[in-house]
Design a protein around this ligand. Structure first.
Ligand code: FAD
Length: 513
């Protein structure tokens, strides 16, 4: 992180206190700002660039990410410009189909399982939704140049990149959503754990309009060792091609227009005539931050973890970080929860993300083998057993807010035709089979935590899958956290309450003798 030069002026008069300063308005910083602002917290977001990220990056979002978008209130703007995941084919080295993953495998999330999108339009829609919130201030072309945790407050020095002026902000907490190179993480001297994956890939977005070419409306992994690559359909008559670079290839040379056209011709008959919208070489890594929180400074998104994009989970994981953090910051800042609540952030998120990074690395090593003999072995193994190419979201890591039956995303059935998350809002949900299963602590959830406490019997026209869920588990009550993860789904509500109450609210007053 650059330090402030003496030629710049710091305006003490401009110092004011904000609940949370977010460094970085990438997709994760944007979602976090929206989730906090909608909870009534004041948020200032610092972003050094003027526009959304221009190069080809995320193309896929899953149902967990879409539920974050839903909470921001812009699902209806975003979904029409996506295309449902049409399924994925894996082609082996002899050109035969190894495996077909069916299209849009259903989940209980109430939104599409997985869709492809065009990131500039997506980022712009999210930013617009967040900019409307009166609690959120977006400062573009403004860099965080120093972040100092003073114990009771974090002091942030900012520099306006248009005129070089510096200002100071005071924040209750700072969340670094400042991407893979995270200047804030660097400044704190927090190390990354290297999971041992570093590969260069060329990523090209293509416009098919006017080319006379039609590419298949499905994602295809071409696992041929001569040139492992993946072709993905995208909205707006676009396709994405991601190619693994061979060891001798030069990163700069392969990005030149003539080289890209040559490569496209090699991969797609007539591909040299396609219009290249954008192309970039990335080195994909598998890295996890060793600390996700130091005092009043937290890391989220690529600042906390990076993974190869083969599962389309980097940004989605960052959205889940934001969902996890937003309600915890809200409860600490507004509902009197102890700061220890924030320790559960890394405990829950880091093992979850690690499992995904490891899976993405295994997946990449499998689909992008360069040795023909190893590719032949792989093809034989995959034909016999598809499981190596399948992926399921892991549970949250263990912690005091993941009790028996917890740690998994709760579904989103409809209640009276409305999606459950819209009905619940940004609250806890305590849902019991009947009033008898609630117990005496129900009032605490309602009054101290603002939870929606209800029973199956009280719900008007619930989707039948909800009762079936209770029947399958034989449980009387479920507590769902505001990030939509199940806190507990087994046992007695009074016992659950006793276990989590110290972390979620001010200690109960000691009765006078
Ligand atoms: C080729 C490719 C394909 C991918 N495909 C997918 C996919 O399909 N699905 C998926 O889920 N993920 C995918 N990912 C991963 C995804 O792109 C990232 O995980 C996501 O962009 C991370 O978002 P972020 O907000 O954490 O960081 P970023 O998007 O990097 O945003 C960080 C922001 O912080 C700003 N910033 C940095 N320092 C400062 C500072 N000091 N002051 C102010 N601002 C600062 C930067 O300007 C930037 O705007 C892909 C990645 C790549 C490379």
């Amino acid at each position: 992180m650059p330090s402030t030069t003496s030629a710049e002026t710091t305006s003490a008069a401009a110092t004011r206190k904000t609940d949370v300063v977010i460094v970085g308005l990438g997709p994760v910083g944007t979602v976090l700002a929206g989730l906090l602002g909608r909870r009534g917290l004041t948020v200032t977001v610092l972003e050094r660039t003027a526009t959304v990220f221009p190069l080809p990056r995320a193309a896929h979002i899953d149902h967990t990410g879409l539920r974050a978008v839903q909470e921001l209130g812009c699902l209806d703007q975003v979904l029409p410009s996506t295309i449902p995941n049409p399924g994925i084919e894996f082609i082996g080295q002899d050109g035969d189909l190894l495996m077909r993953q069916p299209a849009d495998m259903p989940t209980w999330s109430g939104v599409p399982t997985s869709v492809y999108f065009h990131q500039p339009g997506f980022d712009t829609a999210l930013r617009a939704a967040v900019a409307e919130l009166p609690e959120v201030e977006l400062r573009l072309e403004t860099e965080a140049v120093a972040v100092v945790d003073e114990g009771d407050v974090v002091r942030v020095t900012t520099r306006d990149l248009r005129d070089g002026s510096t200002r100071e902000l005071e924040a209750g907490y700072v969340v670094a959503c400042d991407g893979a190179t995270s200047p804030v993480r660097e400044m704190l001297g927090i190390d990354l754990e290297d999971l041992g994956f570093h590969e260069r890939w060329l990523v090209v977005d293509l416009l098919l309009e006017g080319s006379g070419l039609e590419l298949p409306q499905k994602a295809v992994y071409h696992c041929q060792p001569a040139r492992p690559h993946v072709v993905i359909p995208m909205p707006g008559n676009r396709h994405r091609i991601e190619c693994k670079l061979l060891p001798a290839e030069d990163s700069d040379a392969v990005q030149q227009p003539a080289a890209v056209a040559g490569l496209l011709e090699e991969l797609v008959a007539g591909g040299g005539s396609l219009t290249v919208e954008r192309a970039a070489v990335y080195t994909f890594h598998g890295l996890i931050s060793q600390e996700w929180r130091r005092g009043r400074i937290l890391l989220a998104g690529d600042a906390a973890h990076q993974m190869p994009p083969f599962l389309g989970q980097g940004m989605c994981s960052g959205f889940r970080d934001a969902m996890n953090l937003a309600w915890k910051l809200h409860h600490v800042l507004r509902r009197g929860a102890p700061e220890a609540l924030l320790d559960t952030y890394q405990d829950e998120r880091s093992p979850h993300v690690r499992a995904i990074v490891e899976r993405a690395i295994e997946f990449g090593a499998l689909v992008a083998v360069l040795d023909p003999q190893k590719a032949a072995d792989r093809d034989r193994r995959v034909r016999e057993d598809h499981s190596a190419l399948l992926f399921r979201l892991p549970l949250l890591g263990p912690g005091p807010l993941v009790l028996a039956g917890g740690g998994r995303l709760f579904g989103q059935p409809t209640i009276g035709g409305e999606l459950l998350d819209d009905v619940v809002g940004s609250r806890f949900l305590v849902l019991a089979r009947d009033a008898g299963a609630l117990g005496s602590s129900a009032a605490w959830w309602r009054d101290a935590l603002g939870a929606w406490v209800t029973t199956l019997d009280e719900l008007v026209d619930p989707d039948p899958s909800l009762r079936a869920w209770f029947d399958q588990r034989g449980t009387g009550v479920v507590v769902v956290r505001p990030d939509r993860y199940v806190l507990a789904a087994s046992g007695d509500l009074d016992e659950m309450t006793a276990a989590v109450r110290p972390l979620l609210a001010e200690p109960a007053p000691i009765p006078a003798r």
